[in-house]
Design a binder for this molecule. Structure first.
Ligand code: UD1
Ligand code: CA
Length: 492
């Protein structure tokens, strides 16, 4: 038998079986992303923070897709399949039945119900609801808020004494009830036994022919149990996203909350309106984020770093005091005090050592670049390892692909490689080696050697005037030739 502890509920049930047709999407509604997680992942993460004994997610519409994502995110979640009986009441009923059947006896204590499409709800609010529910010794406590335009939300009906007596769906409401502004968020705390017993009496006798969870409140009250509401000011916490307009509105509010949290923690964000930070990103204090920056996934930024403007980073670790300017990057590490950008593309597997540099118009992939090594201009580094304090000249290409297979090259420390080199992989360059400009490195270069390609330059005098006569170039050449001839006459 499970009761839940003083602080944590015995179960959280997340409803995610609905179709979400207004998204007009092949992706299930609850899987739409916002702030770096899908809506249902937000719901699960929030529920987990409450440390419930059981966490159940009720699925039906596109269940396989939803189940896959949910269990990838949290493999301890209990998946419950809703049957063909529609409605939020039925969804909770199948979940309670499933949890009761687990083997430890019927669940007891507090059961929290939330939705898979209410991404801004915090565990602090659910904790408040749980605490209030227990203090009041309630059997049912509904979380409510006041809306100027309450639209399709269920309305909270109170008697003259102010006690909550019922929740009426908009589709079933009288005009007087529709004028009420206090609405049902859809989030509740229930006593498990009262919930189980009341759900048995819920019918589908309503405008939508569904088993309404909302009916549990009036049924419990009629059976002599205490019911009430906890009203919150912040309506965004309980707002659901039913279509993509609401999804973007919620995304903006969520981002405002995330950026504000970081600013309060000591991060300078010059323009929060154009800075988008996933909820999963970590940022130390005294980081500066310039406008137009998007930080996604497991990105982390160490103290003193400057990121932006106009950078999009996904799963990138930026160590302290690094500078990242106009960079598009993923799955990479930027070492302490290193600089990247402007206009740099970091692909997965890029690791730049401390004080290193990857400069303008460089693209990197599977590239380990050692401490203090610089790749300053216009280069492609794919499948390469470079030691410490080396310099790769401008416009160098690591030719890693032979048309069939990819190969890896290894470059030593303290090397000075010329501009416009081609490294035809796999090649190795030893420590302290040099190369001339325009070298095509096809063979390994030993430590301390200078690599050059024997291709002496040959100038064919007068070629342009002969072969390109009538062109501006030929005219220019003629002028120089005549001027030189005049000068030699004067000298002579
Ligand atoms: C529900 C409430 C309404 C409340 C509103 C808040 C009922 C009867 N009405 O209305 O009072 O103001 O939420 O957003 O509860 N779901 C299932 N199985 C189902 C039906 C729905 O799991 O058979 C899930 C959906 O996936 C969704 C949630 O329950 O996450 C709410 O369903 P939805 O159809 O949006 O409920 P509303 O009609 O908006
Ligand atoms: Ca809804």
């Amino acid at each position: 038998m499970t009761f839940g502890t003083q602080e944590s509920p015995s179960a959280v049930i997340v409803l995610a079986a609905g179709a979400g047709t207004r998204m007009k999407s092949s992706l299930p509604k609850v899987m739409h992303p916002i702030g770096g997680r899908s809506m249902v992942q937000h719901a699960i993460a929030t529920a987990r923070e409450l440390s419930p004994e059981h966490l159940a997610v009720v699925v039906r519409h596109q269940r396989d897709l939803v189940v896959q994502q949910v269990t990838d995110f949290d493999d301890q979640v209990r998946i419950v399949d809703q049957d063909e009986v529609p409605g939020t009441g039925r969804a909770v009923e199948v979940a309670v039945d499933a949890l009761d059947a687990l083997g430890g006896g019927d669940i007891q204590g507090t059961v929290i119900v939330t939705y898979g499409d209410v991404p801004l709800l915090t565990s602090a609010t659910i904790s408040d609801l749980t605490r209030y529910h227990r203090e009041q010794d309630n059997a049912v406590t509904v979380l409510t808020t006041n809306l100027e335009s309450p639209g399709g939300y269920g309305r909270i009906i109170r008697n003259e004494g102010g006690e909550v007596t019922a929740i009426v769906e908009a589709k079933d409401a009288t005009p007087e009830q529709l004028a009420l502004t206090e609405v049902n968020s859809g989030i509740y705390a229930f006593d498990a036994a009262v919930l189980r017993e009341s759900l048995r009496s819920v019918t589908t006798d309503n405008a939508q022919a569904e088993k309404y969870l909302t009916d549990v409140l009036s049924i419990a009250r009629d059976n002599g149990h205490r019911t009430s509401a906890l009203t919150i000011e912040d309506r965004w916490e309980v707002e659901g996203a039913n279509d993509r307009v609401q999804l973007s509105q919620l995304g903006k509010i969520l981002n405002e909350r995330i950026t504000e949290r970081h600013m309060r923690n000591g991060v300078t964000i010059v323009d929060p309106a154009t800075t988008w930070i996933d909820t999963t990103v970590t940022i130390e204090n005294d980081v500066t984020i310039l406008p137009g920056t998007q930080l996604h996934g497991d990105t982390s930024i160490g103290t003193g770093a400057t990121v932006g403007p106009d950078s999009t980073l996904t799963d990138v670790r930026i160590e302290q005091h690094a500078t990242v300017t106009r960079v598009h990057g993923s799955d990479s590490v930027i070492g302490e005090g290193a600089t990247v950008g402007p206009f740099t593309y970091l692909r997965p597997g890029t690791v730049l050592g401390g004080k290193g540099k990857i400069g303008a118009f460089c693209e990197t992939k599977n590239a380990e670049i050692g401490q203090g090594t610089k790749v300053p201009h216009l280069s492609y580094l794919g499948d390469v390892e470079i030691g410490e304090n080396s310099n790769i000249g401008a416009a160098s290409i690591f030719v890693n692909y032979d048309g069939v297979n990819k190969h890896r090259s290894v470059i030593g420390s303290h090397v000075r490689m010329g501009s416009d080199n081609m490294y035809v992989a796999p090649v190795t360059v030893g420590d302290g080696a040099y190369s001339g400009a325009g070298t095509v490195i096809r063979k390994d270069v030993p430590a301390g050697a200078l690599a050059i390609n024997e291709a002496p330059q040959r100038n064919i005098e007068g070629w342009v005037e002969k072969k390109r006569s009538g062109t501006a170039a030929a005219e220019a050449a003629r002028r120089v030739r005549e001027r030189n001839a005049d000068e030699s006459i004067e000298e002579g």
